[in-house]
Design a protein around this ligand. Structure first.
Ligand SMILES: Cc1cc2nc3c(=O)[nH]c(=O)nc-3n(C[C@H](O)[C@H](O)[C@H](O)COP(=O)(O)OP(=O)(O)OC[C@H]3O[C@@H](n4cnc5c(N)ncnc54)[C@H](O)[C@@H]3O)c2cc1C
Length: 454
């Protein structure tokens, strides 16, 4: 065998698996194959001047490369079983939290020291929310910020680079079962290993589906979350974000009984494009460094959709809606809440008149031509509900960017060790459909590494 362990994907799942293997068995031969670039070579060409929108690079530097989809994220590290994945269903609630705390300590050791840990526990906003039929979920969140998150990744790479063999710009094309292990097939060469950890995240979802089909590993369809990213003056949410940083608030709509939730809150942050398999959607992040902060706060409002019979392709549904927005807007569409409510599109003129400066250069348009009525109605109802705890949310100039879609990989059948029906073949992180966050994905990497070294 070439290696004891091959890890496919250098996102948080793969990185923390490699780190933990080295803690327990420093002499193990470990290789990491990553389709994207090394961290220092990851650059998104959008500069707002020459390149204004996504040009569809062969390897998207936002989603791929050392650090995975999380490298330029806001680095919000949520320690909770209430959202971010269902790792606890596999490893137990206490173990899941212990693993997340363990990773948090490593992040602090590698450059995150001094960053703030916020908590909802004992917060007066819980009462304020419930009084307005809104529900604040429990969590502790460490805000590393895009800048510190990057430093932590740089330091972890420095620590790992002489212990583990990294292959960047090397997508894995296939995994074959061979006697005593696996053959990991890349474009030029195939490498063999006893154990293989697959941690390919959301960008590897299509490939993951193919691997599961080829190897007959059972999967089941997951949900898709669809909605918009809201951007408003930071002062509107300042009372919440100063105390909690991120508040995950859930609301059940009166009209349909659907749940709408806030997601990925970025105080004084920026809205950004996200490219998933060539489809441009929207996301957000913010910096810890006050010099890089903006005057706006952004967050997503999402509605979950799951399908059963005869249609099971939740991601396909989300993709079609995102494609429609790309078709109409050439990318992401932005609309003022006031224009949406009055049933008219936002125009460049109306955008210039607004009392808010958008942080993303998106096409002014009409989201009601893109989002299904049920989802749009839910978003509008939630904005009015939030206006009661954060007055100003329903102002005319509140910006809605669309569409925001959270694709979840299909859930792969693995056991409590995150091992498939093939001994030594593990599927972890967002690629497994079990996790959807930095904390859960990283924790799944540690869990698998401990299982292998035991
Ligand atoms: C803009 C943005 C902001 C975010 N902000 C936050 C946040 O603040 N907090 C939070 O908890 N989560 C956030 N997330 C989500 C978070 O980044 C992911 O949940 C997390 O990165 C998942 O880790 P992972 O290791 O499972 O997968 P990923 O991070 O997606 O890493 C998978 C890696 O595998 C590689 N890969 C894929 N296929 C192959 C292949 N065939 N061969 C080799 N390599 C392959 C990819 O290039 C990628 O680098 C954000 C995501 C984005 C895009």
């Amino acid at each position: 065998m070439n290696y004891d362990v091959i890890i496919i994907g250098a996102g948080p799942g793969g990185i923390f698996a490699a780190y933990e293997l080295m803690q327990h068995k420093p002499h193990m031969k470990v290789a990491v194959f990553e389709s994207g670039h090394a961290l220092s070579k990851r650059h998104c060409p959008i500069d707002g001047v020459k390149v204004k929108t996504c040009i569809g690079c062969k390897s998207c530097s936002i989603m791929s490369g050392f650090g995975g989809a999380g490298a330029f994220s806001d680095g919000k590290y949520n320690i909770t079983n209430d959202f971010g994945g269902v790792l606890y269903e596999y490893v137990g609630k206490k173990e899941a939290l212990d693993l997340m705390h363990y990773v948090d300590e490593i992040n602090l050791k590698f450059g995150g020291e001094g960053t703030k840990l916020y908590t909802t526990s004992g917060s007066r906003f819980k009462t304020l929310c419930i009084q307005n039929d809104l529900h604040l979920l429990d969590a502790s969140v460490r805000h590393l910020g895009t800048d510190i998150n990057y430093v932590v990744l740089e330091n972890i790479y420095e620590y790992l680079k002489d212990k583990v063999e990294f292959f960047f710009d090397t997508p894995v094309r296939n995994i074959k079962i061979i006697p005593g292990g696996y053959s990991v097939v890349c474009d030029e060469t195939a490498y063999t290993c006893k154990n293989c950890i697959v941690s390919v995240g959301r960008s590897g979802s299509k490939w993951m589906e193919k691997v599961c089909r080829d190897l007959d590993i059972p999967t089941r369809s997951n949900r898709v979350d669809i909605g918009v990213r809201v951007e408003l003056p930071a002062s509107v949410f300042a009372h919440l974000t100063d105390e909690l940083y991120e508040s995950k608030i859930v609301y059940r709509t009166k009209q349909y009984g659907d749940k709408v939730r806030t997601f990925c809150m970025n105080p004084k942050g920026a809205v950004v494009n996200e490219n998933t398999n060539g489809i441009i959607t929207v996301n957000g992040h913010s910096y810890e460094d006050p010099a890089k902060q903006t005057e706006n706060t952004n967050f997503a409002l999402l509605v979950s959709k799951e399908f059963s019979e005869p249609f099971r392709d939740s991601n396909g549904y989300g993709e079609s809606i995102a494609r429609l927005s790309n078709m109409l807007g050439g990318g992401v569409i932005v609309q003022r809440f006031g224009d949406l409510i009055r049933g008219r599109r936002s125009t460049p003129g109306r955008m210039t008149d607004a009392f808010i400066t958008p942080t993303l250069n998106a096409t002014p348009g009409d989201l009601s031509l893109v989002l299904p009525k049920r989802i749009l109605d839910g978003v509008i109802e939630m904005i009015y509900a939030l206006d009661k705890v954060a007055p100003g949310t329903a102002n005319d100039d509140t910006l809605l960017y669309g569409v925001e879609v959270k694709f979840y990989n299909m859930e792969v059948k693995v056991d409590s060790r995150l091992e498939t029906c093939f001994p030594g073949l593990y599927i972890i992180g967002d690629g497994s459909g079990i996790t959807h966050s930095l904390s859960h994905a990283s924790a799944s990497g540690v869990h698998v590494a401990r299982n292998i070294t035991e």
